[in-house]
Design a protein. Structure first.
Length: 274
């Protein structure tokens, strides 16, 4: 029997050549990815520096406004409004316990505010009083049973107080649609959508203002979810994008308030307590 040595050599060498080619292709892909990752990291560092500089200036401004406030007398005609303003300043400065105290005072002076006082619930949660916060968000649900954003904060509060499993079991059920993107964001907390799927649900063909508003809330809550899921890297990435977004500051009140919440949570993750 005559053996074709050339053919045998080809059969032996071909797998080696194919493996070598694949390895080379993978090495090129890895090198390209490393370049992209390095550029992304540089861009993120630049944004982080901008946010830190902005935060330093903003903090000085807020501290000046707080210092300039006159003492509040409960019998003042606008005492509730004054506590509201001071509570917001405390909140935006990360003084959550002080904000909680001021917001509670509002409800004491004007009890019909209590059920709708979502700012009090957020202050309670951030001040480390999750059970009180959950009760406050339950009150809000009796006031507005459509707002899934309230349900998200109730979930976060229940999770902090009782753990993820019980919080999922106690998620509020909504029958009516809420403003976009809160149906998808709520599904994130239910565990039926990922953060990437929530972000991908926002069409690039929307009018710019609508798109930016949906992106802001999606990035904010994806970041907050990743934070409680102990994924600080992805949480920082999402919150960074939320803080960069100009729409909430232009929109005012509620969106602006939530922008401050996102900013403070971003800063907490970037500069953890020692």
């Amino acid at each position: 029997m005559r053996i074709n040595t050339g053919r045998v050599l080809n059969l032996l060498i071909l797998p080696f050549l194919m493996t070598t080619a694949a390895a080379a292709e993978n090495a090129v892909d890895d090198a390209k990815k490393a370049v992209v990752d390095a550029k992304d990291a540089q861009a993120a560092e630049a944004v982080d520096a901008e946010i830190m500089a902005m935060n330093k200036e903003l903090t000085a401004e807020l501290e000046g406004q707080l210092k300039a406030l006159p003492a509040i007398v409960d019998t003042d005609a606008d005492a509730v409004g004054k506590y509201s303003r001071r509570g917001d300043l405390h909140m935006f400065l990360g003084k959550f316990a002080e904000a909680e105290t001021d917001y509670k005072k509002m409800s004491e002076l004007k009890p019909d505010l209590d059920a709708s006082h979502w700012r009090l619930g957020i202050a309670m949660y951030l001040a480390g009083h999750p059970e009180d916060a959950a009760a406050q968000f339950d009150k809000y649900h009796s006031f507005d049973n459509v707002d899934r954003e309230n349900g998200i904060w109730r979930y976060l509060s229940h999770r902090a107080a009782f753990g993820k499993e019980k919080a999922r079991e106690q998620l509020l059920k909504y029958e009516k649609d809420d403003r976009p993107p809160f149906r998808e964001v709520y599904q994130l907390f239910e565990g039926t959508l990922t953060g990437d799927q929530v972000l991908q649900s926002i069409s690039p063909e929307l009018p710019e203002s609508s798109r930016q508003s949906r992106l802001f809330y999606a990035q904010l809550y994806v970041g907050l979810n990743d934070a409680v899921e102990d994924k600080p890297g992805s949480a920082i990435k999402a919150l960074r994008e939320a803080v960069k977004n100009e729409w909430p500051r232009e929109a005012g009140f509620g969106p602006d308030y939530m922008w401050h919440v996102g900013r403070l949570q971003y800063l907490r993750l970037k500069t953890p307590a020692k």
